[in-house]
Design a binder for this molecule. Sequence first.
Ligand code: CDP
Ligand code: CDP
Length: 677
Amino acid sequence: MSADTLPIRPFTQPVRVAFSVPGSKSITNRALILAAMCNQTLTLRGALFSRDTQILCEALKALGFSVDANAAQSTIALTGLGGKIPRASAEINVGNAGTAARFLTAFLTLHPAGTYTLDGDPAMRKRPMKGLMDALKTTGATFTFHGEPDCFPFTLHTKGWTHCTALEVDARASSQILSALLMVAGAQPHSVAVKLVGKTVSEPFVEMTLQMLTQFGATFTQPESGLTTFAGTSQLQLPSETYRIEPDATAASYFLSLPMVAGGKVILPEGEQITLQGDIDFLKPLAKTGLTVAKANGHILIEQTKESFEPVEYDFEAISDTFLTLAALSPLLSGPTRITGIGHTRHQETDRIRAMANELQKLGQMVVEEPDAIEIHPDLAELYARADASKHCGRLLCVDTYEDHRMAMSFAILGSYDLLQDGQPWLQIRDPKCCGKTFPSFFQHLEQLHSLPEMNIEFLLIAVDGGAASGKSSTSRGVAERLNLMHVDTGSHYRAITFECLKNGIAADAPEKVAAFLKTLSLDTQLVGRTASIVTGGHLPEPEALRSAEVNQHVSAFAALPCVRDAVKGYQRSQVAVAQENKYVGLIMEGRDIGSVIFPEASLKIYLQADEATRSKRREAEGQSDTIAQRDRIDSTRKTAPLQVAPNAVIIDNSTLSLQQVIDKIATLAIPLCKQA
Ligand code: CDP
Ligand code: CDP
């Protein structure tokens, strides 16, 4: 098997998981452009870190903007300059990122006298740009093409927007062309009218652009269909210094479909708060297949309640990025799948209709390809026969992905179906790394949903991580109380070891001494109420001793030592057995690396955060002297098990939430995951 293919492990047990996906690519890249036109420093929280967003960040840096990206915390801080672009010339490569290509080209025309050279991947050189370039010529901008006319690569000479009050645009080929113009037009201090010639595709994305412009303070009217008139705004501005990026609804579509292949249920936490992304409507065709879609306390629950899945006919024009998700699963439906309204996807990452038809045919499905539609007549028996025959030859069926991330992710879900009923892979995905475009950790996410079967079915495992004083202990204790779980505070493990080392005159800068000492130190457990406390060297440490100023000061240095982490890892995992012996229905464990290292298979992972001022106040209110910022820095930058948002983790910012509100939020996520539910 060649190195650039990935076999997909099928699910042999029903899934039971609440998951989160990275931030929306479309919103992250729009927010970057809008933030660059504000006159403030804005922190995007929950931002996507992927090739497409990195391309835009790098381009903004090349143009002289200050961009501070922190992948572990999913934040990007960007200082906007009120519509000014610092550098008058730059060379920029947009890869194959459609949003970066269109948004940047429009954004660059803001400069009153700029000269910019842009290029992209070979695939990008073929993607439609003409409508955008023609419209931008109205501002006085000129283009010199170095390859095919109206395509990348080109040099752009800009004149600013001072004299541009109206422009017309043909965005039939891509709604990104219209969105790019709307963002720049909406940031002008004077009125600008944008007139659409003909129609565009994927209207929800235009809606997203307009809604985000409104959030950033732009005002507009739409006096007639296809005409948007901006009133002019002195300055794009957000009322707050942070902007929360919604989780990516398209990326979510893969996991929302999992109950179809694995059975069970998945929860999309706070799914109802996805309001900017049209792709959340993928739930509609999904419900048509017979999956049960329900909403509870803002969360969205998808459950497999029927044995077979209904055929679906659906117009995907408004949600075309998700058509591949359904098409790839069409072999599992009981009748034909007909997907219409997708002609424009022939000009995206690849000709998506053709690519989908090719691969489904290779899997033995009967496919009718039309200019703007695809119809698949399922043949599961043939798929089985081909997979079985390949297996007997020691091979797996292989799906080609055409450098299209959505092909890879869609077919990975089909491959998660236990077709041969032996739990062994039967399908492999060529070039899985193409997911890096929008979802670099996709396969890691998918793999982590393979929970330890007995744990997933019989036992509820909740991982809670976060920085110092983010509320982990109090929240976890409350959730444990509510759901009859055992509670483990792993911070106390590191504190107890720190305390014992200091007591014995051993410092963190002598790791070999620490390692030797740990070999002699026994670690046991004693239940105090429902909290499982660590017993070191036969003694239950005093709570005050563990929270002394001295321990506060040194604990992070000890916790960063690989020998310390090795010593506690097995101990922490053994707490599942302690909880089971004591008849708890589950375990909630809190710390820094619980979702990422100790229990990556947890059914529910929570990442708590609160702004630093709030956390310092909380510690002061408790009368503790603490070095929160210093500990957070050591904890998140250390090599071993750094503090980070684990894949699938649900981020809850509790800066303005009461303890009770956070406990409620977690409990409503966890209850449907309990075996009894
Ligand atoms: O209560 P607070 O959040 O301030 O700290 P804690 O949870 O008691 O943890 C004390 C220290 O232990 C942290 O600053 C980390 O350095 C370390 N720790 C860790 O490295 N990994 C964990 N899973 C838990 C704590
Ligand atoms: O365990 P960690 O260090 O993350 O935090 P904690 O000890 O549970 O919480 C620190 C303090 O913040 C406690 O006094 C909590 O009662 C308080 N807190 C709060 O006021 N609101 C929240 N949503 C969470 C915690």
